[in-house]
Design a protein around this ligand. Structure first.
Ligand code: NAP
Length: 313
């Protein structure tokens, strides 16, 4: 019975991105060089793709010539997926900045509580001083910071924690995204703005209301701003990418939830027991590879449904 629940749960989760087509609108999906992906599963754009096995080979630089420089800014690089994005960054000599509270990884750390206006100001100042006028060839901002806490029902959980959740998950992607675009307009480098999404954008989980609403809001923002940027001569490329189920502290927190605050907790415990969670390093490498693919500006993507290759393959 538990296995059946787990399978049903996994199927439900994997269908989330597919439903995004109907809910978030669709765009023509072409693979690299304009080809359509071939697959046995519809992706969120209604085309078909298949997962390739993960390869551990280090990627090649985006630009050739040996003199290229890349600036990468990641929010929430102190743990989980963000930290792994630092560790797997494929560029030859990147400058990597972490905007988070704890820091501690290999990136240059700037303290920012992104659930507060002061944290947003730190991000804005970083974009203004480091991105605007950047003379290298590529700038990437990955807004990865997010939180599920407080897990529990709206109207019941701690109110100030709920407000912080709304500010981090709903407001920060838009405010930081807007600030990044302003600075990116002042560099000739290619610029990529990546918002880390979640299947919770389109599937309602009791106990995750502010989290799911924030991810849905950021998806709509990415879709809209992607269209806007596509019309501009040196516009940024906007991405919304759901990572799938990943073995991070966020998932550990989920499994420790009480059933009255998160009724689906048993399904997530079972998924973990069944080894259904991906390692963050694998997911991070996939994400870097997908950034080398040809997708429409404002694409809503799910790493589980994409045909991807190691960067430079
Ligand atoms: N793990 C999954 O299965 C999964 C599934 C779908 C989507 N995601 C998304 O993936 C992203 C990364 O999550 P994760 O799984 O890697 O979780 P994680 O290990 O808990 O990492 C969360 C990161 O967000 C940062 N963060 C949280 N609150 C912040 C705040 N107020 N200000 C600044 N930074 C803050 C944390 O840094 P500090 O605590 O140091 O500030 C940490 O670096 C999130 O957007 C999450 O929604 C994860």
């Amino acid at each position: 019975m538990a296995g059946a629940v787990a399978v049903a749960g996994a199927v439900a989760i994997s269908m989330v991105a597919h439903r995004a087509v109907a809910q978030l609108g669709s765009a023509p999906a072409l693979g690299a060089g304009g080809r359509r992906f071939e697959s046995d599963q519809p992706d969120q754009f209604g085309v078909f793709c298949a997962l390739s096995p993960f390869a551990t080979r280090r990627s090649q630089p985006v630009a050739s010539g040996g003199m290229s420089t890349q600036l990468v800014i990641i929010s929430g690089a102190s743990s989980g997926i963000g930290r792994s994005l630092v560790e797997t960054c494929p560029y030859p000599s990147p400058t990597i900045i972490d905007l988070s509270r704890r820091g501690g990884g290999a990136a240059e750390h700037l303290f920012a509580d992104l659930s507060t206006p002061a944290g947003w100001d730190t991000a804005q100042a970083t974009f203004d001083s480091r991105v605007a006028g950047f003379e290298g060839d590529r700038v990437v901002f990955i807004h990865n910071a997010g939180t599920l806490n407080p897990i529990g029902f709206a109207g019941d959980v701690d109110q100030s924690a709920y407000q912080a959740n709304v500010l981090l998950n709903s407001a920060a992607p838009q405010i930081l995204g807007d600030a990044f675009l302003r600075a990116a307009a002042k560099t000739t480098a290619r610029s990529d703005l990546v918002l880390i999404g979640s299947g919770a954008a389109t599937k309602a989980y009791r106990g995750w209301s502010a989290y799911g609403a924030g991810k849905a809001a950021s998806a709509q923002w990415a879709l809209t701003v992607g269209l806007e940027q596509a019309d501009q001569a040196n516009g940024s490329h906007v991405w919304w990418i759901a990572p799938g189920l990943v073995a991070t502290s966020m998932q550990a927190d989920v499994r420790m939830s009480q059933e009255d605050s998160f009724p689906d907790v048993e399904m997530f415990r079972q998924l973990h027991e069944d080894d259904e969670l991906e390692e963050p390093g694998v997911v991070a490498a996939r994400l870097w590879a997908v950034l080398e693919q040809d997708h429409p500006n404002g694409a809503i993507l799910d790493l589980r449904n994409l045909d991807w290759q190691p960067t430079g393959a």
